[in-house]
Design a protein around this ligand. Structure first.
Ligand SMILES: [Zn+2]
Ligand SMILES: [Zn+2]
Length: 638
């Protein structure tokens, strides 16, 4: 007999060898039906796994992240069977999960085309409807190698396996694939799926190897979830910042500078509004600002360690018989500023910010609109402090970060803490103090966080901030990194209270990350409907006919005096056409003026996406608009 402890503390006594699935059936029939796998003593396993000793058992469904992943991976097997049945010469390579779905790399000479997706899906549906059991079979590595001799891909997979026992999974009759598992109990549980795309991919990402076909799919627990996902993708396509950026005349790219953004006048208004706000908040939080050169001697980059660790992504230039690098990061420049004079513990913490323009060479295949560029402005800062000040400084950075995210309308964020990796510098004691300080700060702010064990930088632990946009897409923006390396490399010191020279703690931090990327995210999050305070043109006055052009001019002067960015549409067109144009430009406020308004000193206010229109005195509109801009309100309603 074995004692099975459930997550709610209930204990079941079962005979040894009872499977997780049988336990689920005893617990709750509905749960058993939705179950995809089980967590036994923390390890995720097939539902068919027998329980032989006392264990903690949790039945997991596709509502659980790992459960969903197992379902998606199982769907990859179903797709593999379907592809093999359509093209029997297919050789299967590798089929992992990815965000929102899965892929399978296959070796097949005939190219699979989007036209073929329908018949693959149909075959998959047949396999799912047949609800065939996933059956696990184990053998030794040697037996597995003998069984698959001649299949270079699978032999390679076996050789890469870290276990001596190799497992195979079959769906009922026939189809079998080498896999570590776990899987859903039967093909009927793979949920709702769709094949999304096919692309070329080299074996092991190695361009000297054969080009394979990578078939991507997505799978969800219910048809509703699949439909919602497809709709989100559709919406994301409509919000593509590259399309909106062009349509709204915010920025462009040119083949003269691939990966380098050209920011247009309207884009610069958005940019400068962000900069002004950013400066104000940093001033409030006690930061100073510096600016350091773009081009610095190559020797400096040897000293900073970038030469050894980052050279491939850097741009270089030569003049006056010396080699220079274009900075990929602002830290070395910040260290040189620090070193221009002596420092005392009394001036700590020193918070020094820099809107630094950095250049990083990205492969041409990965550059993507404003999201991935080769030149960007980082909202960087370096904090120099004592070890005792780390925690309170990190608390300050967290507060400032959240304040900024909220201002831009992002309320949904999560935090990850990455700890000491195997390869690291600095003493265990220093790591301990720093990691405890980071945890202490997060706990002080009662912020839940995920720990990425061993994933910190080699020079110190870090916290990353991720936000979710309105399409539930996650973006990593901010970071706080402790650094035990750079202050020493640059010989930075301060005089402590006991009159001895010590090395300061250096905290690197960024809130928005890259200005370019952040503007891209804002455009997609708001679908181009930027909040009033960020809008390049905040209001447009639309006279009904030329008879009210003069009055429109008076209104415009008043708006301009109040500091609003506005224009008058004095074109010949009908009022409907003027409204449609302003609407297309996604302007927040349209003020329609006709003889009635001119007579009563009023404006007819149309707000983007808000009904009904309202007629009001000019002053009333101005007062509300000014307040909304000053408070950076996202809601337009007057
Ligand atoms: Zn598998
Ligand atoms: Zn830095």
């Amino acid at each position: 007999m074995a004692n099975v402890t459930l997550p709610d503390g209930r204990i079941f006594r079962v005979s040894s060898g009872t499977t997780a699935e049988q336990i689920a059936e005893q617990m709750d029939a509905a749960l058993a039906k939705a179950a995809v796998a089980a967590r036994v003593n923390g390890k995720v396993v097939d539902l068919s796994t027998p329980i032989t000793n006392d264990a903690n058992v949790q039945i997991i469904t596709a509502k659980d992240d790992q459960g969903l992943e197992i379902m998606r991976h199982s769907c990859a097997h179903v797709m593999a069977e379907a592809i093999c049945s359509v093209w029997p010469t297919t050789k299967l390579v590798y089929g992992p999960t990815v965000e929102d779905g899965f892929y399978y790399d296959i070796d097949l000479d005939e190219p699979i085309r989007p036209d073929d997706f329908g018949r693959i899906e149909q075959k998959m549906q047949e396999i799912v409807s047949a609800d065939k059991a996933f059956i696990r079979r184990e053998m030794s590595k040697a037996e597995a190698l003998a069984k698959l001799a001649g299949d270079r891909y699978k032999v390679d997979n076996i050789n890469r396996a870290d276990s001596d026992t190799i497992s195979f999974y079959s769906h009922g009759d026939g189809f079998e694939d080498l896999c570590r598992g776990p899987h859903v109990p039967s093909t009927g549980r793979v949920g709702s799926f769709k094949i999304m795309s096919v692309a070329g991919a080299y074996w092991h990402g190695d361009p000297t190897q054969k080009m394979l076909q990578r078939v991507y799919g997505t799978a969800w627990a219910t048809k509703q979830q699949l439909d919602d996902y497809l709709q989100r993708l559709d919406e994301a396509k409509k919000r593509d910042h590259r399309v909106l950026g062009k349509q709204l005349d915010l920025f462009s790219f040119n083949e003269a500078g691939p990966g380098f953004a050209f920011i247009h006048p309207k884009g610069m208004i958005v940019w400068n509004e962000i900069v002004n706000y950013w400066r104000g908040v940093h001033d409030k939080y006690g930061y100073q600002e510096i600016k350091t050169p773009l081009i610095l001697n190559e020797q400096l980059w040897h000293r900073s360690g970038h030469w050894d660790n980052y050279k491939e992504n850097m741009y270089f230039t030569t003049f006056d018989d010396a080699s220079y690098a274009i900075k990929p990061m602002n830290c070395p420049g910040g260290c040189l500023v620090y070193r221009t004079r002596q420092h005392s513990y009394r001036e700590f913490p020193m918070r020094v910010a820099e809107l630094g323009l950095v250049h990083r060479h990205e492969a041409s295949g990965v550059i993507h609109g404003l999201f991935r560029v080769r030149q960007f402005t980082q909202d960087d800062a370096h904090i120099f402090c004592t070890p005792q000040q780390i925690e309170s400084e990190v608390i300050g950075v967290i507060e400032l970060t959240f304040e900024i995210y909220r201002t831009f309308g992002f309320e949904d964020f999560h935090v990850e803490l990455s700890t000491k990796p195997e390869k690291h510098i600095g003493s265990d004691e220093a790591w301990d103090i720093a990691t405890r300080a980071l945890k202490g700060a997060l706990e002080h702010k009662a912020i839940p966080y995920k720990i990425n064990e061993g994933e910190g930088a080699f020079y110190g632990p870090k916290i990353d901030f991720h936000i979710k946009d309105c399409l539930k897409r996650s973006w990593q923006l901010g970071t706080i990194q402790l650094d035990f390396s750079m202050p020493e490399r640059f010989g930075l010191v301060y005089t402590d209270a006991d009159n001895t020279e010590k090395t300061p703690v250096m905290i690197h931090r960024a809130v928005l990350g890259s200005f370019e990327r952040f503007i891209g995210i804002l455009i997609e999050h708001y679908a181009g409907h930027l909040p009033l305070w960020l809008s390049p043109e905040q209001a447009r006055i639309l006279p009904i006919s030329e008879k009210t052009n003069d009055y429109a001019g008076i209104v415009q002067t008043k708006l301009k005096e109040a500091g609003l960015r506005c224009s008058c549409d004095l074109s010949d067109g009908k009022i409907g056409a003027k409204i449609a144009r302003a609407y297309g430009e996604k302007l927040p406020c349209m003020l329609v003026v006709g003889p009635k308004e001119a007579e009563s000193n009023t404006v007819n206010v149309r707000l983007r996406g808000i009904e009904p229109n309202k007629t009001m005195p000019i002053e009333e509109f101005l007062e509300t608009a000014k307040r909304k801009i000053a408070n950076k309100e996202a809601d337009l309603a007057l």
